[in-house]
Ligand binder design. Structure first.
Ligand SMILES: Cc1cc2nc3c(=O)[nH]c(=O)nc-3n(C[C@H](O)[C@H](O)[C@H](O)COP(=O)(O)OP(=O)(O)OC[C@H]3O[C@@H](n4cnc5c(N)ncnc54)[C@H](O)[C@@H]3O)c2cc1C
Length: 264
């Protein structure tokens, strides 16, 4: 690992100012994705700006129809939060299925969302629920946030402060997990929202995406059988030693039916 300067700001303002000053720098949250990248020397950063001491980023709040979760909330905190379990049980379940105990104790919502791994779980919930990503300078709809493989709409010095999740009528997430890491080979989030049914898929392609054909069919009748006869093309899907593109396309149908069955 190459040397870097380490900063510990105590406010969002100071953190953003530090990254503004050091163009080769990066925010550091739980380090579960960034530190392996640095250790393997896949990237080099002159400065790491730790978010660990910014208390305002840790809140988890339910405000009427919205669950607002601070960027620094760990996966374990989201999983164990009584408020999240009550208002949005599908999200608590999703957080509890991320990686292992160590990853859940260190990894954060903001880090996962900013990293935009194509097999990460949270992106499916953000897009499946139509969440809003709040940064130090603006609000971004989840549909516009994930722009490609490990790529988002964030500017280089832009800090995610929170994610606002609208509480759905019902929602569920199911994934076919990688045997070792638990990343999603395919994960499907289904939500019945005020604006209709939303279906978001992670793990299958270079970034999370919605399935309009599934959404239309489930909008007519929210039952697994509504998906019968609707095929998903594997064009452009990920293909690796764990699962071919065609297998991933098949898994989408299986995971989506299970999610519909599990809606709560
Ligand atoms: C063994 C293992 C198994 C895993 N399994 C899963 C899994 O099953 N499912 C899953 O979804 N994930 C999995 N992960 C990834 C895990 O969820 C990470 O915690 C997450 O990807 C990154 O969060 P972090 O807080 O550790 O971020 P970091 O590693 O600290 O940062 C990641 C990136 O996000 C940026 N960043 C961090 N916070 C912010 C912020 N608030 N605003 C702007 N940018 C920010 C950093 O600059 C960096 O570029 C796994 C990781 C490991 C090591």
């Amino acid at each position: 690992m190459k040397d870097f300067a380490f900063h510990r700001p105590a406010s969002v303002k100071d953190a953003v100012a530090l990254l503004g000053k050091h163009a080769g720098g990066k925010f550091l949250a739980g380090g579960q994705s960034l530190l392996p990248v640095l250790r393997l020397e896949l990237a080099e950063h002159s400065d790491l700006v730790s978010l660990a001491h910014i208390k305002e980023l840790r809140d988890i709040r339910v405000d009427g129809p919205t669950v607002a979760i601070g960027a620094l909330a760990t996966h374990d905190e989201v999983h164990r939060s009584a408020d999240v379990k009550r208002a949005l049980p599908a999200l608590a379940t999703l957080a509890g299925g991320i990686g292992d105990a160590q990853v859940r104790n260190r990894g954060t919502l903001g880090g996962s969302v900013a990293h935009a791994d194509p097999a990460a779980d949270y992106p499916a919930a953000l897009v499946g629920l139509g969440a809003t990503i709040v940064t130090d300078r603006r609000k971004i709809a989840a549909d516009d946030f994930f722009t490609g493989l490990f790529t988002t709409a964030l500017a280089a010095d832009e800090l995610i402060t929170a994610v606002q999740f609208p509480v759905p009528k019902r929602a569920a997430y199911t994934k076919f997990a990688h045997r070792a890491s638990k990343y999603a080979l395919v994960g499907v989030f289904v939500a019945e929202t005020a604006g209709g049914v939303r279906v978001a898929v992670t793990g299958a392609g270079p970034k999370v995406f919605r399935l309009p054909d599934y959404e239309a069919a489930l909008g007519k009748k929210l039952a697994p059988a509504s998906l019968d006869g609707i095929s998903v093309s594997s064009a452009g899907f990920n293909s690796d030693a764990e699962a071919s593109a065609d297998y991933r396309a098949h898994l989408i149908g299986v995971m989506a039916r299970r999610a519909v069955q599990a809606l709560a």
